[in-house]
Design a protein around this ligand. Structure first.
Ligand code: NAI
Length: 249
């Protein structure tokens, strides 16, 4: 489905991004893995190459404009084009809102929202020249409804939602589409016990989804690939829930 296409996936050293990079590669794309985690990113690319895919890793701190500019320049220098940008990288900080430091707020906003501004800005310059492109942002159900206890995170995802719609409106004339996916809780390192999440609470949260299980990285990756593909050529500015029915209640 993506033969000869060049796809950048941010935050692809882990979780949803990692699986998304794998699925794009399986569909024939040349994949650029961008992440601050050198070890994880290098491992993902090594595994992809081992399976015969074309993939490169670019160490990128997505909160720094110079890094995002270099990332897009490296993609265009290396592959001569950029077809798809998946803005996936994000973090969660669970400090209660009234105890959250300014530094924590800034880290959340910079990682979850500013990174999408910076990468999209530089990618759009290439896509405008090419008069073609697709951007898929990884938002969350918490961009649609307030997930309890994480007001700051929810706020960043609300921003991602409006960024997506705005890019869709402003860049449609260049044949560039922008959409986002809104997952509910997905089984990744972000929601793992190692990241401060309680296994029992996670199981309880799974029951909130009418489908009755947690989402998998594959569930989200499949939706991202659809929104990046020509199969969704009349879809832009949309938010596709990947939530087992969580927001349908
Ligand atoms: P994860 O923690 O497994 O992966 C996140 C990746 O982003 C990591 O590889 C990390 O190194 C990278 N990253 C973080 N800060 C970075 C920076 N400054 N520069 C470059 N890379 C950076 O997380 P997961 O679960 O795969 O999350 C991916 C996206 O999905 C995030 O935007 C998250 O908010 C969103 N999401 C996750 C849900 C879940 O339940 N896991 C639910 C809804 C949305």
């Amino acid at each position: 489905m993506f033969e000869d296409k060049v796809v950048v996936v941010t935050g692809a050293a882990s979780g949803i991004g990692r699986q998304t990079a794998i699925e794009f590669a399986r569909q024939g794309a040349k994949v650029v893995v961008a992440d601050i985690d050198e070890k994880g990113g290098t491992e993902v690319v090594a595994a992809l190459r081992n399976d015969g895919h074309d993939a490169v890793f670019v160490t990128t701190d997505l909160t720094v404009e110079a890094d995002c500019r270099n990332l897009i320049a490296a993609v265009v220098d290396g592959f001569g084009r950029l077809d798809v940008l998946v803005n996936n990288a994000g973090i969660e900080i669970t400090t209660p809102f009234h105890e959250m430091s300014e530094h924590e707020w800034d880290r959340l906003v910079d990682t979850n929202l500013k990174s999408m501004f910076l990468c999209s800005k530089h990618a759009l310059r290439e896509m405008i020249t090419a008069r073609s492109g697709a951007i898929v942002n990884v938002c969350s159900v918490s961009g649609l409804v307030a997930w309890p206890g994480i007001a700051a995170y929810n706020s960043t995802k609300g921003g991602v939602m409006m960024l997506t719609k705005s890019l869709a409106v402003d860049y449609a004339k260049y044949n560039i589409r922008a959409n986002c996916v809104c997952p509910s809780i997905i089984d990744t390192p972000m929601t793992d016990v190692s990241n401060g999440h309680d296994a029992d609470i996670k199981a309880e949260k799974a029951k909130l989804n009418p489908i009755g299980r947690l989402g998998t990285p594959e569930d989200v990756a499949n939706a991202i690939l659809f929104l990046a593909s020509d199969k969704s050529s009349f879809i832009t500015g949309s938010a596709l829930t990947v939530d087992g029915g969580y927001t349908a209640i």
